[in-house]
Design a protein around this ligand. Sequence first.
Ligand code: SAM
Length: 239
Amino acid sequence: MSETVRPGVLYVVSTPIGNLEDISQRAIRILKDVDIIAAEDTRTTGRLLKHLGITKKLLSYHSYNEARRAPQLLALLTDGKSVGLVTDAGTPGISDPAFEILRLVVENGIIVVPIPGPSAVLSALVVSGLPFHRFVFEGFLPVKKGRATRLDRLKNEERTVVLYESPHRILKTVNDIRTVLGERQITVARELTKKFEEVVRGTVSEVLTRLESKGPKGEYVIVIAGVDYESGAAKHSNN
Ligand code: SAM
């Protein structure tokens, strides 16, 4: 049974991370029916909406204007408008803006409805071959300050760790992982759901050699085995 969009409700809508077919029927209907779509980049979302045949009023928000946009969106919601919240790709708030908006609207008693869908973190985990019954998502490592400390804190982490990385820093980050965490098993997933999707598994050195030989291109997720993985403790455990 299809639900109707409710006035004054914020819908957090996940969108594809590459392949445009990865959008749910429900997401399409919600995007069609809401009064306004708040988008991280109106051009990117405009392209998706065009592909879906949707014409809609778009309001942009970015990490740098989110604090200013949040009260405006709250006012629209309080006024009874229904709003769809999207980012450029995947699930809003996952290494993306959205949190400031979500915090403010939740604090003000607005109903928030998730419209689940793609996220690179889960897609990478399921193809990693590493245990993911428990995992830690670290997002992007800091570019400069705090980078070493953050990696150092992961040294004794038992759970599988997931990082996001850009093509500019993937080699440096995998190198830093080897320096700080040692020769762990890792999986690097590139361009998931896209034409050049690739999953490389092995020790950090093996993966690094492969990445260096291919040249860094595209978007990356790094999945790192927890500290006890090699001992077998976590390999087959499901709890
Ligand atoms: N909100 C998104 C999500 O739910 O996954 C993440 C947005 S974040 C700004 C972008 C980063 O996510 C990229 O640098 C990369 O690390 C990861 N990512 C996004 N799409 C990806 C894809 N198709 N393949 C691999 N990694 C991806």
